[in-house]
Design a protein around this ligand. Structure first.
Ligand SMILES: Nc1nc2c(ncn2[C@@H]2O[C@H](COP(=O)(O)OP(=O)(O)OP(=O)(O)O)[C@@H](O)[C@H]2O)c(=O)[nH]1
Ligand SMILES: [Mg+2]
Length: 462
């Protein structure tokens, strides 16, 4: 680590700006000394914070230079190990003004604390064994969650749902490894290939990993919203539809084809579902470099999207490219027939035999017809997909996902080695690799660089 975890650290734990309350946080061995230097009771006598019982709240003044009052405050005392970090902690609740908090932090620093690094409180909680790495990351997810589902998934992870699954796998693989090692050390015994059940254990774990990997995409949806791409030929009304759905003039609309060049993003909540819309450049023949680049992004958006609204203009003939778009969207595709306020030249029924079961909606982005039905329909489509993963731990973190992919590869290596009849040493090597990778998820075998990278994503004060 670039910094010492022995220092006493201080931070403003509430967001910048004006609020009713603002919280200063202290953690570390010197917490009570620092706090005693800056907190006075109403009679102006210094508090002996170290002498106060844990989990109690007190009233008084935060002072600078022993006299100058900075604010009237409440503070809470948490004695190690019963605190967030498992160290001595004090939280000082001030009035939520930036100047009060800035000065408050300043006196804490003058009295012997140093500024906490981003995520350092949680890092300490991890180092001191209060949380494993999966749970520490869940804290970050919880803070950043934008959806009810995201909060639920993060809380479940914080309570240890995912950690338990991983730990069960580690335990089972640990005993497989022990059997392999015994068989290496005592080759005269029966060995693992004779009815030891080792292969079955590994297969079970492979199944478990696959199930978790499947939940990843859905977990991300819960957290970040449903990535919804608006695609179509130029000028069909993609940007108009985005604006109409959001109820604001978010994207530029003109009668000139090729108006949208870059991807325009915004969020909309429908029922319990958060949609992250991406309005894209129209697909078609690029007439210049800017449009060409825009279209490249459109294609990337198509790949990344969870839901693809293919916007079609019913006042113009249906084009071959539009059929290609609907087909390449596959099961993510939804047809949105726009401009139904104009005289129309085709109907969905004209194409359905070429498309099969693609859901479709008819709207006028201009007049607002059909928008509620479209929103409702989209929420229903997502709900149908979500119903499959009720009540199980969700994988929401790309780091966990990648580690599980590596664990799966190692275990598949084990299976292959087993089938080829390789020696127990080879088999043991694959199991060791899987164990190491699984340990990286919970933090048992994670490198310092990875830890630093993870915790630097936190805000200061958490
Ligand atoms: N009559 C009618 N016109 C519409 C409707 N929706 C969009 N338009 C018009 O169609 C034109 C193109 O709209 P945009 O929303 O810019 O279309 P776009 O698909 O985003 O176009 P590009 O960004 O150029 O690909 C504008 O003149 C809109 O006013 C509609 O429902 N009815
Ligand atoms: Mg546009």
């Amino acid at each position: 680590m670039r910094y010492s975890l022995k220092d006493t650290i201080a931070a403003i734990a509430t967001p910048p700006g004006i609020g009713a309350l603002g919280v200063l946080r202290l953690s570390g061995e010197g917490t009570f000394t620092v706090a005693s230097g800056v907190l006075k009771n109403l009679r102006g006598e210094p508090y002996n914070v170290g002498g106060l019982p844990s989990h109690t709240v007190h009233y008084g003044y935060l002072v600078a230079g022993n006299r100058v009052k900075i604010d009237e405050v409440l503070f809470s005392v948490f004695r190690a190990p019963k605190s967030y970090t498992r160290e001595d902690m004090v939280e000082i609740t001030c009035h939520g003004g930036p100047e009060v908090l800035r000065r408050g932090l300043e006196v804490l620093l003058e009295t012997g604390a140093r500024v906490a690094e981003p995520g350092e409180f949680t890092l300490r909680a991890f180092i001191n064994g209060r949380l494993d790495l999966v749970q520490a990351e869940a804290v970050l997810d919880l803070i950043e969650a934008r959806t009810g589902g995201g909060v639920k998934a993060a809380l479940d992870q914080l309570e240890g749902g995912l950690s338990r699954e991983i730990k069960d796998m580690v335990k089972a693989l640990g005993s497989v490894l022990a059997q392999l090692e015994a068989s290496i050390d005592f080759p005269e015994e029966a060995g693992v290939r004779n009815g030891s059940g080792v292969l079955e254990v590994v297969d079970d774990i492979l199944d478990g990993i696959d199930t978790l990997l499947d939940t990843f995409k859905d977990g991300r949806i819960q957290r970040e919203g449903v990535a919804t791409a608006l695609v179509g030929l130029p000028n069909v009304g993609k940007s108009s539809l985005l604006n109409a759905l959001l109820g604001e003039e978010r994207a530029i609309v003109t009668s000139v084809p090729g108006t949208t060049r870059d991807v325009v993003e915004d969020y909309l909540r429908v029922g319990g579902v958060l949609f992250r819309f991406m309005d894209t450049a129209g697909i078609g023949k690029a007439s210049n470099v800017v449009e060409e680049k825009g279209m490249e992004r459109t294609r990337r958006c198509l790949d990344d999207a969870d839901l693809v609204l293919v916007v079609l203009d019913v006042s113009r003939p249906f084009e071959k490219e539009e059929l290609d778009l609907l087909r390449s969207a596959g099961s993510k595709g939804v047809g949105v027939l726009n401009k139904i306020d104009l005289p129309r030249v085709w109907f969905w029924e004209d194409l359905s035999d070429r498309l099969g079961e693609v859901p479709f909606f008819e709207v006028s982005a201009k007049r607002g017809d059909g928008l509620d039905e479209l929103k409702k329909g989209m929420a229903e489509i997502v709900a149908r997909k979500q119903s499959t993963w009720e009540g199980r731990p969700l994988l929401t973190n790309i780091r966990h996902y990648q580690a599980l992919v590596r664990a799966k590869e190692a275990l598949k290596g084990f299976r292959a080695a087993w089938q080829e009849g390789l020696t127990d040493e080879f088999l043991a090597e694959d199991i060791r690799e899987a164990l190491k990778v699984l340990g990286e998820i919970t933090g048992e075998t994670t490198s310092e660089d990875t830890l630093e990278a993870i915790f630097s994503r936190f805000c200061i004060g958490k």
